[in-house]
Write a protein that binds this ligand. Structure first.
Ligand code: 13P
Length: 233
């Protein structure tokens, strides 16, 4: 399984140093992808994780103050990058078109995009969830070659489940992942949204997911070790 750790904008430099020492103790056969804030990408020295970024510029390097270009991430040995996270869609008004441009930049540098998609609570109430994620998928990958599309990892993260402790039923997750796999049959699909040591015994029974994208849990290495052990069973 793939387990990606999205630290979001948490941890001071000192806290990150301690965190990294704890993370280093984790012993697992699952693939761990650590996505710290861009600031700390260069400070990751542990060998049991691969490196992921949380964001990338839509553009080539140049006069774009505050942006981080894909080629710069590559020069820090970044192998993965989250794009289209609902927090960026909401707070930075990121559009599917911009997400598509980010995916193109990443693929040019052979960095694997982790494309986040998911519906809001209102959209689910109106039974629009399948339609919403299909549109997100289609617009974020318009005109990409079939070969390039296959390189993307897709993370299904229902917005109403992120950081809330509320999780979809297994049937709901399975049905959304089936929809994703109808469009992208050979891509890895992750689930994200309040996954933790208490609910993983249930979620792991969903047969069509290939891993998890963890927010809150990513910040607690001891809990993470327990989570990873539960995944094995
Ligand atoms: P939580 O695990 O804190 O719900 O966050 C999920 C997430 O947004 C990962 O990208």
């Amino acid at each position: 399984m793939i387990v990606a750790l999205n630290n979001k904008s948490n941890l001071t430099k000192q806290e990150f140093i301690t965190y990294q020492q704890q993370l280093q103790q984790i012993n697992t056969t699952h693939k761990l992808i650590l996505c710290p804030t861009t600031l700390y990408l260069e400070d990751v020295t542990i060998s049991n994780v691969e490196l992921g970024a949380q964001n990338v510029s839509c553009t080539n390097p140049g006069a774009y103050t505050g942006e981080t270009a894909a080629i710069q991430l590559k020069s820090l040995e970044v192998s993965y990058c989250i794009v289209g996270h609902s927090e960026r869609r909401k707070y930075q008004q990121e559009t599917n078109e911009q997400i598509r441009e980010k995916i193109i930049q990443l693929l040019k540098e052979k960095i694997t995009p982790i494309l986040c998609i998911g519906e809001s609570q209102d959209e689910r109430k109106q039974q629009l969830e399948q339609q919403v994620i299909t549109k997100q998928l289609e617009e974020a990958t318009t005109n990409l070659s079939e070969e390039d599309k296959k390189k993307i990892i897709i993370a299904y993260e229902p917005i109403w489940s992120i950081g809330t402790g509320v999780i979809p039923t297994n049937e709901e997750i399975e049905s959304m992942v089936n929809t994703i796999k109808q469009h992208f049959p050979s891509n890895k699909v992750l689930y994200g949204g309040s996954a933790n040591v208490e609910n993983i015994d249930i979620i792991k029974q969903v047969s069509n997911i290939d891993g998890y994208l963890l927010g809150g849990l990513s910040l607690h290495p001891e809990q993470l070790q327990i989570f990873l052990e539960k995944l094995k069973n």
